[in-house]
Design a protein around this ligand. Structure first.
Ligand code: COA
Length: 373
């Protein structure tokens, strides 16, 4: 068996950002407009008045302070409250492919690789912008990569599931090097009219080069010591958008065709699942949490990450042990833990161990144990 390393990473961050203040102002304007428009039904008890959102709640409940977005104007317009992204012609690069190409080029550069060195491209993310052709094949073409490409979706855990898929290809010699890319346009699946979750997501794209250790030319690389995945069915995070929607036109545009969650239940179910999985995974490798220098955890909720880290370590984690990017980026689904890795991995020195862990809809959890080489 060959050894696999993550030898390069890249990050595309949209230019526009929305603060909690801006988001709440727009949401509260929508609430005011709705309550005014429906004042008669509300007075008659036929409709419930909507409640306003608050910056304090968002920051306390989630740790999120802002999010990068592909379209700020549409999102902040109280009459639209959704990104407005013009359709592109078939001869133009699609938006998701465009983000992916930017992140992939950075990852290739940091790995000291060119397109000729890559044998496969995996787009792993929560939402794909079309059914086919696969976005990954479009990216493969744009980068001039030979070999093959495919898309995969395991929601927030897409990146770790993608890493293991690439790791297996490299270990078995099926590919010399693989690009795993996570273009997440989460604002397009978020219901910005839902008070419980309108603040949760942002947009970003990450990319990683995963390759055979013996061919690695990067100054610093991260050997994939082992990876483990688990899924466990739950309806607590769900999105019923899909190609069969048009077969039942009455359901089109209903809230269940966007992201819906039972946030409290997710919190309660997923924390123990993640702690148990990481503990067992480390034990299998004769390691314990104290051997891990950095925990690159999924970036959905700060309180959740604090709890997971403190259960693993038996004490509160310092920022440098469990870096946080969700304050600035919000939840970018599968890209989140990879953004933390991309931004903070250089703090690790030779032989330092770290983990990259994701968790989310499915439920799905993925854990990758890494050693800086
Ligand atoms: N502004 C002000 N108050 C709000 C609000 C908002 N935007 N949204 C909800 N509230 C209120 C609720 O009405 C409730 O009030 P009550 O106590 O009077 O009934 C109170 O705040 C608590 O609401 P709750 O939904 O229970 O909040 P929470 O503390 O569970 O936090 C989440 C909500 C979503 C941030 C949190 O549950 C979470 O992040 N869970 C994990 C989600 C996750 O990881 N998902 C993965 C996605 S891929």
């Amino acid at each position: 068996m060959e050894l696999a390393v993550i030898s390069g990473t890249g990050l595309f961050t949209p230019q526009e950002s929305i603060s909690n203040d801006e988001l709440v102002t727009s949401f509260n304007q929508y609430v005011e407009n709705f309550n005014h428009h429906h004042r008669a039904e509300i007075a008659a008890g036929v409709l419930e008045a909507l409640l306003p959102s608050s910056v304090e709640f968002i920051e306390k409940a989630s740790g999120i302070k802002s999010r990068y977005v592909v379209d700020k104007k549409g999102l902040l317009n109280p009459n639209i409250m959704a990104p407005r992204i013009p359709e592109r012609g078939n001869d133009e690069l699609s938006l998701q492919a465009e983000m992916a190409v930017v992140a992939a080029k950075q990852a290739l550069q940091s790995a000291h690789k060119t397109s000729d060195d890559i044998d496969a491209v995996i787009i792993a993310c929560s939402n794909l912008q079309r059914a086919y052709p696969a976005v990954s094949v479009e990216v493969q073409n744009a980068l001039g990569i030979k070999g093959f490409a495919f898309d995969m979706n395991v929601a927030c855990s897409s990146a770790t599931f993608g890493i293991q898929t690439a790791e297996n290809m490299v270990r078995t010699g099926k590919a010399r090097a693989v690009l795993v890319i996570n273009p997440e346009i989460c604002t397009a699946h978020l219901n910005f009219r839902n008070r419980d979750s309108h603040f949760i997501f942002g947009d970003a794209c990450t990319a990683m080069v995963i390759e055979n250790k013996s061919a690695c030319q990067a100054k610093h690389a991260f050997e994939i010591i082992d990876s483990t995945l688990v899924t466990n069915f739950s309806n607590n995070i769900r999105n019923n958008f899909g190609f069969l929607n048009c077969t039942h036109p009455e359901g089109i545009g209903k809230p269940d065709k966007l992201f819906v969650q039972e946030g409290r239940k997710v919190f309660k179910d997923v924390v123990p699942m993640v702690v148990e999985m990481i503990t067992e995974h480390l034990a299998k490798l004769n390691l314990s949490a104290s051997d891990i220098k950095m925990f690159f955890l999924h970036q959905a909720n700060l309180n959740m990450n604090r709890l997971i880290a403190s259960k693993l370590l038996g004490r509160e984690a310092e920022f440098h042990e469990a870096p946080v990017i969700l304050d600035e980026y919000a939840n970018t689904s599968s890209a989140g833990s990879v953004i933390a890795f991309h931004k903070y991995k250089d703090k690790l020195t030779k032989d330092d161990m770290s983990i990259l862990c994701s968790f989310g809809a499915g439920y799905s959890v993925g854990n990758v144990v890494l050693k800086r080489v």
